[in-house]
Write a protein that binds this ligand. Structure first.
Ligand code: ADQ
Length: 468
């Protein structure tokens, strides 16, 4: 069987696992069999940058990482990946900050990744590259003569070409995506947007299965929604709901209970509109005052960037305003923590919550929505409120689907969710749970790797150099 090589910007090293084990590490856990290799950035900045590859082994998996110099970190990671590509891919052209030096840094780091990976590669390795930081990786590997099968999965949305083309140098990035054998997206909408972009910008006509040929090279665009291990998450939730953190939280609540939001502190997650909706909820439905508390856990993220600093200040202001206006001496409507919480603890908190409010303005998938469903007690499940602009909304249609820009609609959905009869909650939850339990992390990996594994493996693929 071919060896799996995963490439991602950040490698979650076994030595730093724990509270922070991210979504990607969890999603790939089943695919990373002993013998697999995971390559990427160590998370360290050092003067020597990528000159040395650091190798760690754990449970048969090899983790190979390189450092970045401070300058590369700024241009590749902070400025271009998170200051240009992230807002672009979340429909936020107003926040797009493009500078050609940063773009050069982005390309240079992708070149360094390719050079660092090359000596570790074997001829029949399946290479699976993840996310927007690494779009040029296949082109860089092809330029070094690598003819392996290489796949790419985009964890964010893909945008219509009218938006994509606003990014200077977008044509190069589109060509870079066409250097992969398989390109994966969470939803049909994102794949369609990508294929439209290919049709419009490259003058090609992809077939209904998402196949097209570009400069002699066959590319296949697939839909492969990421999932979670719902059974394992439910088990964590059951255990953690009996633990001390959950007990402390339960004891601190009034009888009506808890509504919850859990996100990275990111402008794509719709937190400003959500917090405004919470104010509207207590204003429009005063019967819930004292009866319900909203707990927002927002892990700080990308704090180097102005847009994130401004977001945090604005959220602080709204929380102060809402709590100042509605708090009682023994009740706080909006509890707000800006740090990460352990997955186990989160699972227990989800199980305690009558309502989850997941209202990103745009989100590739959103795993919190799936985790909330998995964590519920089947006998007395809570209600999920979900943004129509999260990828998860294409699957989780039995949630209360809202427009995340409409604070009144979110407030009304909160009222409906908290007032919903047990029978309806159970019916909705059973349908949601069926989907969450079927679309697991394992299925996500199996589908992607089976597509990649089926790619024609002629030893000589001379056209590949031409597309670098
Ligand atoms: P993210 O933008 O990070 O991921 P999401 O999928 O919601 O978004 O979360 C990833 C994980 O982080 C989840 O397991 C969640 O529980 C955890 N998490 C979030 N906030 C946390 C907090 N405050 N404390 C502790 N844990 C927290 C990107 C894309 C998503 C896509 C994923 C996977 O933006 O759209 O779903 O990748 O493809």
């Amino acid at each position: 069987m071919a060896r799996l090589v995963v490439v991602s910007n950040r490698v979650p090293l076994p030595s730093e696992r724990g509270a922070k084990a991210g979504g990607l590490a969890v999603a790939l856990a089943d695919a990373l069999q002993p013998g697999s290799l995971w390559f990427g950035w160590s998370g360290r900045r050092s003067a020597r940058g990528s000159a040395t590859t650091h190798i760690q082994r754990s449970e048969g998996i090899t983790y190979a990482t390189i450092d970045l110099t401070e300058a590369d970190y700024q241009s590749f990671y902070v400025n271009f990946s998170n200051g240009a590509l992230w807002p672009l891919l979340h429909f936020r052209l107003g926040l797009l900050d493009f500078r050609s030096d940063d773009y050069d840094g982005y390309r240079s780091v992708n070149r360094q990744f390719a050079a660092g990976l090359l000596p570790l590669l074997r001829p029949d390795d399946l290479i699976w590259v993840h996310d927007y930081h690494m779009i040029p990786m296949a082109s860089e590997l092809r330029a070094l003569g690598v003819t392996n099968r290489i796949g790419f999965f985009l964890h964010t949305p893909f945008v219509p070409s009218s938006i994509f083309n606003a990014l200077p140098r977008s044509a190069e990035l589109l060509s870079n995506l066409c250097a992969y054998d398989v390109v994966g997206f969470h939803t049909r909408t994102y794949r369609a947007a990508f294929l439209d972009c290919v049709a419009e910008n490259l003058g090609l006509h992809p077939d209904p299965d998402g196949r097209f040929v570009w400069r002699g090279h066959s590319v296949r665009a697939i839909v492969d929604p990421i999932g979670i291990d719902a059974d394992a998450f439910a088990q964590r939730a059951i255990e953690s709901a009996r633990g001390s953190d959950a007990r402390l939280l339960r004891d601190s609540l009034s009888k009506g209970g808890l509504a919850i939001g859990v996100d990275r502190l990111d402008y794509s997650k719709g937190l400003i509109n959500r917090f405004e909706a919470i104010g509207r909820f207590f204003a429009n439905y005063p019967q819930h005052r004292r009866q319900v508390s909203f707990l927002q856990i927002a892990a700080r993220s990308r704090e180097e960037q102005g847009a994130y600093q401004r977001l945090r200040r604005e959220l602080d202001r709204i929380v102060g305003d809402t709590n100042g206006r509605y708090s009682e001496f023994d009740w706080t409507p909006l509890r707000y923590m800006t740090r990460a919480v352990k997955r186990d603890t989160l699972a227990g908190f989800f199980r305690l919550s009558r309502l989850a409010v997941v209202t990103p303005l745009r989100d590739g998938m959103n795993l919190v929505a799936k985790e909330y469903v998995a964590a519920q007690d089947p006998a007395d499940p809570g209600v999920l409120i979900l943004s129509r602009f999260a990828g998860a909304a294409e699957e989780l249609t039995e949630a209360l689907i809202v427009n995340p820009y409409d604070s009144d609609e979110i407030a009304e959905a909160m009222h409906i969710g908290l007032s919903m009869e047990l029978e309806e909650r159970r019916e909705r939850w059973q349908s949601l749970h069926k989907k969450v339990a079927a679309n697991t992390a394992r299925r996500f990996c199996t589908v992607f790797l089976s597509h990649l594994g089926r790619v024609d493996t002629q030893p000589e693929r001379p056209h590949l150099r031409a597309i670098s």
